[in-house]
Design a binder for this molecule. Structure first.
Ligand SMILES: [Zn+2]
Ligand SMILES: [Zn+2]
Length: 176
């Protein structure tokens, strides 16, 4: 996963805004984990940085459009990402949890601190995606019997769509 280190030394005390549109934030993990996502409109993140003592408050927003498989028919479902978040980066917090990869550190040139926002942005992107995306609210999905995409072709499985347990019950009644 790409790391994006942002130096804080040029951020004014009252806060400053930066735009992060490095596409490797999304494209690298999508390729690495073979995720079925296709970036339709390149996401960009706007970050408002407010320096704190030994840290930085980050309030941000990620927006873009990504195509993901529909939960019912597996065709592409377009998802508009618009995720807002806020995160406090603190040297003290990082020291408390040495197992975590540090997201804040003294800048390599010795001038102030720098924070890593690539992991944060990827996480926020992921949690913004719906658990059950749909290509359309009215998507008919795939036939559970023959696998036909019922949005494009009807199939001849009407009798088979009945719950087999109900069929058994009905037969019992008939046989009485
Ligand atoms: Zn669908
Ligand atoms: Zn069918």
């Amino acid at each position: 996963m790409p790391q994006i280190w942002i130096p804080l030394k040029d951020i004014p005390a009252e806060g400053g805004e930066i735009v992060v549109d490095n596409q490797s934030i999304w494209l690298e993990p999508i390729a690495e984990f073979k995720l079925p996502y296709r970036i339709a409109q390149a996401p960009a993140a706007t970050l408002h940085l407010t320096p704190q003592e030994e840290g930085c408050l980050v309030r941000g927003r990620v927006s873009g459009t990504v195509a993901v498989p529909c939960d019912r028919c597996a065709e592409e479902a377009m998802v508009t990402v618009d995720q807002r978040f806020s995160e406090l980066f603190s040297m003290q917090e990082d020291l408390r949890d040495p197992g975590e990869e540090p997201a804040i550190r003294p800048a390599l040139d010795g001038q102030g601190l720098e924070i890593e926002v690539g992991s944060l942005l990827w996480e926020e992107f992921l949690v913004s995606l719906p658990i059950k995306p749909l290509c359309s609210e009215t998507c008919k999905g795939l036939c559970p019997q023959c696998g036909a995409d019922l949005n494009t072709e009807p199939c001849n499985c009407e009798s088979g769509t009945e719950d087999p347990r109900l069929a058994v019950l009905r037969n019992l009644k008939i046989n009485k």
